[in-house]
Design a protein around this ligand. Structure first.
Ligand code: MFK
Length: 648
């Protein structure tokens, strides 16, 4: 075997284990199936096995079975309390929370970590095994449009209430730190939630919208339900934005119309194409209200925001027909449906024509939840991967003792640390905004960082979970390990709540709307963090890399400013990546500059800063945003396609 020539493992005893047995010709193939399960399917299939082959099989039976135990059966990675095992989370809380708050939050999180491990994790798996089923008709032919969920899913809803997974953020018992406390609980919950993180994201978003509208009397009760700790009272909310013409261009894709009723309510008519957590109690949605001439105004300014209950007091659907459940790659535990609104009774809750601006409060919250889930997926996969590396022996030693394997996981760890600190920064700022403690700069920074973090962590998570899956070898690809579930559920994070490009354009929107102020605030926040680290010698290289990157970024913004909107649009993705990498770099440096920082904190900051921090400057230098390059993009993509020929 040529691999045995490699010096670092030739001496390994394991090498011998990998020698294939010397079967007689033809016997190996016949042995393969039985060797997996101990069932001799070759004989079971009625084929004749000649006497000589039979003898060989008998001779090999015991050693083969023994070898299975030794080399094929691998120990399942077991993780403990995910709060206690998350060193960065714990050091962050220790650094930032006031002592009294830390004491209480620490206790709560440790308790919650145990509950997750012992009670919630099995429920999450049950949700995966029992996805929702759509029952359109009952036995007697009556249309019922029932979305049948499993008991574990319904239990998740109760647990969410009991744990205050929404309530915590709105009760504000820890003032500005309440939001962070809630977000950390959601982060720990995410990977064990069996998809219940999704309805919670939208529930939080709906509560936020109601709060931002100043608690209108008609919505006060809904707010109480959405933020209740009483499982019997707790409601979840949907967010019905996507219609048949697509989910990104909401302004042009929304066909749903709202007809005003004599009592001041509205009836909604339209088709919602992608409604997640369709078993929710209430929802927010967009529709067009007819103008004075009875016409439906088009575009963004024709959209208004509505609140509606999905079912009436008797449990009947609110003039809604469930068309079908979506057949998704992941998040299968959660019912996503196509819905006909056929006169659904709804309440207008925004000013007419201010639908998009009003639902943005929800979007910003669900995008933060997206960040939470992205970081949680990365953390979960790394936890499993590092545990597996302690148990799995290959080439004579544990995976953890193979430096290349450790390097691979360490690279994922650095990515996850950067993402985690971005997540913490956003919820810290949100907490300040929600308790009126935020400066104008904090508010601007938050507005910018939400899309930046959403788009960047979504991409990171997809890459990290796929890499982590590989670290289990073939086992990572096996459904019943649960690892593919995490991968599938993670892949959606760069898609829903705004794709990477849509979010990149939102970054530009925040720049335009603030007339560039967000950039000034961003740069100043980064500079401050770097200054804190200037006396830490070991961080010098990282600080220098960051200063260089920031100076390139500033040069880019100056150059792009003179080039116009088309250049900025082409640069939007690279620009957003630059903001994400530089801000996360600054956060890692800040964390590593603490007096009690560890060598791993310093290493993480240094390694993060070794990557290309300012891709937008490089691509500008490469002329990637020039009009000719945009034409070439088109030519490259369409070479050979009928579209290209028709242009000739
Ligand atoms: C784990 C978490 C899981 C969560 C699960 C949820 C599952 C649900 C699945 C879904 O429903 S996914 C659907 C999510 N849909 C989107 O994310 C929409 C993606 N498209 C966009 O975000 C577009 O950019 C947008 C619809 C906002 C574009 O609409 P417009 O009307 O062309 O935007 P316009 O005209 O620029 O902005 C209108 C107003 O909104 C402006 O305010 P003003 O009128 O006061 O100037 C904007 O400033 C404001 N606005 C837009 N985006 C904003 C915002 N304000 C604050 N923050 C934002 N992000």
């Amino acid at each position: 075997m040529f691999t045995c020539r490699l010096p670092w493992w030739t001496s390994s005893a394991a090498c011998k284990l990998w020698q294939p047995p010397r079967f007689l010709p033809g016997v190996w193939e016949k042995c393969q199936l039985p060797s997996c399960k101990g069932i001799n399917t070759t004989v079971g299939q009625g084929q004749q096995v000649d006497a000589q082959e039979k003898q060989v099989l008998e001779d090999l039976e015991m050693p083969l079975a023994k070898r299975e135990v030794e080399t094929l059966f691998q120990e399942q990675p077991e993780t403990g309390n995910q709060y206690l095992e998350d060193a960065l989370l714990r050091s962050y809380l220790k650094t930032h929370l006031p002592p009294k708050v830390l004491e209480e939050v620490n206790q709560d999180l440790e308790r919650f970590g145990n509950r997750l491990l012992t009670k919630i994790k099995p429920l999450g798996w049950e949700c995966e095994l029992n996805p929702p089923v759509f029952r359109q008709y009952d036995a007697w032919g009556q249309r019922v449009d029932q979305i049948v969920t499993c008991s574990a899913w319904r239990r998740m809803k109760e647990i969410a209430a009991e744990e205050g997974l929404i309530a915590e953020a709105y009760e504000r018992r820890y003032s500005s730190w309440s939001r962070l406390h809630q977000a950390v609980k959601l982060y720990l919950f995410s990977s064990f939630s069996g998809g219940f993180s999704c309805p919670l994201a939208m529930t939080d978003g709906a509560a936020k919208v109601i709060e931002s509208l100043g608690f209108p009397v008609s919505l006060k009760s809904a707010f109480d339900h959405l933020t209740s700790r009483d499982p019997k009272k707790f409601w979840t909310s949907g967010q019905w934005m996507t219609e048949r013409r697509g989910g990104s261009d909401v302004a042009n894709g929304t066909e749903t119309v709202a007809r005003k009723q004599p009592d001041g309510t509205y009836r909604l008519y339209g088709f919602k194409w992608f409604t997640s957590a369709a078993d929710s109690d209430v929802t927010l949605t967009l529709a067009r209200v007819a103008d004075a001439e009875g016409k439906w105004p088009q575009g963004s300014s024709g959209l208004s925001l509505f609140f509606l209950k999905v079912r009436d007091e008797e449990g009947k659907l609110n003039s809604i027909q469930v068309q079908r459940l979506k057949d998704k790659l992941g998040t299968r535990q959660m019912a996503t449906a196509e819905l006909w609104l056929d006169g659904a009774k709804a309440e207008l809750i925004s000013a007419e024509g201010r639908g998009v601006a009003s639902i943005s409060n929800m979007l910003n919250i669900t995008r933060i939840h997206n960040v939470i889930c992205a970081v949680a997926s990365m953390r979960r996969m790394i936890s499993l991967s590092r545990e597996y590396a302690r148990r799995r022996v290959a080439f004579g030693k544990c995976l953890k003792d193979h430096p290349l394997h450790m390097q691979t996981i360490a690279r994922m760890e650095v990515q996850t640390r950067g993402a985690f600190l971005l997540f913490m920064e956003i919820v810290r700022l949100l907490g300040l905004v929600e308790t009126n403690m935020a400066s104008e700069q904090d508010q601007l920074l938050l507005r910018l960082l939400i899309p930046v973090a959403k788009l960047y962590t979504g991409k990171q998570a997809s890459a990290v979970v796929v890499e982590a899956m590989e670290s289990f070898g073939g086992q990572g690809y096996m459904e019943d390990t649960g690892l593919p579930v995490i991968v599938r559920d993670t892949l959606v994070l760069s898609i829903w709540e705004g794709t990477t490009n849509i979010l990149s354009l939102d970054v530009l929107r925040s720049l335009t709307k603030s007339q560039g102020q967000v950039m000034a605030v961003f740069l100043s926040a980064v500079q401050k963090k770097l200054e804190l680290a200037s006396s830490t010698m070991k961080l010098e290289p990282a600080v220098k890399q960051m200063r260089d990157a920031i100076s390139s970024l500033v040069q880019f913004t100056r150059a792009a400013g003179s080039k116009g909107a088309a250049t900025m649009e082409l640069a939007a993705r690279d620009f957003s990546y630059t903001l994400a990498r530089t801000y996360a770099g600054a956060l890692l440096i800040e964390h590593a500059a603490r007096p009690d920082a560890s060598s791993t904190d310093i290493s993480a900051a240094r390694r993060w800063c070794n990557q290309e921090l300012c891709p937008v400057a490089t691509e500008l230098e490469n002329s990637s945003y020039e009009a000719e390059e945009a034409l070439m993009d088109h030519a490259l993509v369409y070479e050979g396609s009928p579209a290209s020929r028709s242009r000739l």
